[in-house]
Ligand binder design. Structure first.
Ligand code: CTP
Ligand code: MG
Length: 232
């Protein structure tokens, strides 16, 4: 069940969903990754604060780790994040968490941004890049970086082939979608889904790629946390 924040939550055209419900197994601390300390406050605070202060975002829904809904609401209140409309309980997978947050998005929404709390350093320039293609006929937009390493297809510990990386990129979040497209995509089967764009692609939607940002590193391990902390 969704818990309302104390914020005034004035919904509008662009909604941001923050997937923050993961357990952070690979980080291996005593609390969910979204509440790992980053620069003296919970990791979730960084992206929440940045999306709250963005001129491009009208409303925010947080998918919180089970049992951490209340601390998430308190955090939003501490940050005076009045765009936070709801904190929902996340699901067993990222896609289920995003689906739960999507269910809170108002009918007036035109654009839905889906972001990972694990990528704290989201900035306004990137949000601007994401929104452009949605006005040009695309239903989804993903930020992505070129792949630097040589890629090998491997089976049973042996290389099957070296994959050309020319046409490959590494996708980041936030990803932006037209609201009807993302709603349609999430009405189907969510199994085996690693990002929202793939659901939209599966449903036949056109998804554009824009330049990502190396500082949007996804925090997986404690080394990542230290690196991002050094960038704050
Ligand atoms: N996420 C979520 N709900 C889940 C699983 C993940 O909302 N059931 C979110 C995480 O909170 C994170 C993002 O999806 O912001 C990317 O997931 P990942 O980096 O894998 O985070 P965790 O699943 O928490 O980490 P781990 O896989 O190490 O347990
Ligand atoms: Mg995970």
């Amino acid at each position: 069940m969704a818990k309302r924040s104390g914020g005034s939550g004035q919904p509008g055209a662009t909604w941001a969903l923050i997937a923050a419900a993961g357990s952070g197994e690979r980080l291996g601390i005593d609390r969910p990754k979204a509440f790992a300390p980053l620069g003296g406050r919970p990791l979730l605070a960084e992206s929440l604060d940045r999306l709250e202060r963005s001129a491009l975002v009208d409303a925010i829904v947080v998918a919180a780790p089970p049992g951490w809904e209340e601390p998430s609401i308190l955090l939003a209140e501490e940050l005076a994040a009045s765009k936070v409309v709801a904190c929902v309980t996340g699901g067993a997978t990222r896609a289920e968490s995003v689906g739960a947050a999507l269910a809170e998005v108002g009918e007036e929404a035109l654009v839905v941004l889906v972001h990972d709390a694990a990528r704290p350093l989201v900035d306004e320039a990137l949000l601007e890049r994401l929104l452009g293609p949605l006005a040009e006929g695309y239903e989804g937009v993903v930020p992505a970086l070129p792949v630097a390493d040589t890629l090998k297809r491997v089976r049973d510990g042996a290389v099957v082939e070296t994959v050309s990386r020319d046409a490959l990129v590494a996708a980041q979040t936030p990803q932006a979608f037209l609201a009807p497209a993302v709603r349609r995509a999430f009405s189907g089967d969510l199994s085996g889904v690693t990002d929202c764009a793939s659901l939209v692609e599966r449903a036949g939607g056109r998804v554009a790629v824009v330049d990502g940002d190396p500082r949007l590193l996804k925090i997986t391990t404690s080394d990542d946390l230290a690196l991002v902390e050094s960038w704050l």
